[in-house]
Write a protein that binds this ligand. Structure first.
Ligand SMILES: C[S@@+](CC[C@H](N)C(=O)[O-])C[C@H]1O[C@@H](n2cnc3c(N)ncnc32)[C@H](O)[C@@H]1O
Length: 211
């Protein structure tokens, strides 16, 4: 999944420093089982933004086996906290194993079930919310996640360019494509947000809550 010219994505991956053993194993496992993780270039971007913000409380919507969770958990540092959410108990169990192995299990809460329901049940504001749920749910995320950010906090969302499908007229009636289009519009039209789409991998929306 890349929107870049052929070869450029390979180049971007080739310049990345090697990952530690836990991340490398998760990447291999995701490739073997076709689990749609963000991959190392986006993982680094998430960690970089979390560090720039000095993020202490992070909520993740759609965590799968915890690959992006691990990047974020390392970035929040000791005393920081990340809330993992996934609909699958098996994914949460697997993520728990990797996070324990990486030595960050104590800074992650594993929540199973619908991600936005778990967000509503979790008190407090967040410095960063990372959105990677099923795409039909994106407009609800725009409505429900933004009020949960502190002023200055970030909503970062994966797949907002949706493999280039957004520009295909033939996808007019596709539910996921329509949801992502609506989501991107909602972000840019919201006067409380300052939004930029970064065309890395499958497109990331970085939306900062300005008030
Ligand atoms: C794209 S994967 C997440 C990958 C993960 N963010 C990473 O990069 O390592 C999406 C995951 O979220 C789960 N999911 C999708 N929609 C969800 C929802 N509404 N509530 C909870 N989990 C959801 C899927 O089952 C899947 O495991």
């Amino acid at each position: 999944m890349s929107l870049l010219l052929p070869g450029l994505d390979d180049y971007l991956l080739s310049v990345l420093p090697p990952r530690d053993a836990v991340l490398a194993r998760m990447e291999a496992e995701a490739a073997r089982r076709s689990i749609p993780i963000v991959g190392p270039a986006v993982g680094r971007l998430l960690a970089q933004y979390a560090r720039l913000l000095g993020a202490r409380r992070v909520f993740e919507l759609g965590s799968a086996i915890g690959y992006s969770t691990l990047w974020l958990a390392r970035a929040v540092g000791e005393g920081g906290h990340v809330f993992f959410t996934d609909g699958s108990q098996a994914n949460a169990d697997e993520a728990g194993g990797y996070l324990a192995e990486a030595g960050v299990a104590d800074r992650v809460t594993l929540l199973v079930g619908d991600a936005l329901t778990r967000l509503r049940e979790t008190e407090g504001e967040f410095d960063l919310i990372f959105n990677d749920v099923d795409k039909e749910g994106y407009p609800d995320v725009a409505r429900q996640a933004v009020p949960r950010l502190r002023t200055g906090g970030l909503l970062i969302t994966d797949n907002v360019l949706w493999d280039g499908w957004l520009r295909q007229p033939s996808c007019e009636d596709d539910v996921e494509t329509a949801a992502i289009r609506a989501f991107n519009r909602m972000l840019y039209e919201n006067p409380d947000l300052e939004t930029t789409i970064v065309p890395l991998r499958d497109g990331l929306a970085i939306a900062r809550k300005v008030r």
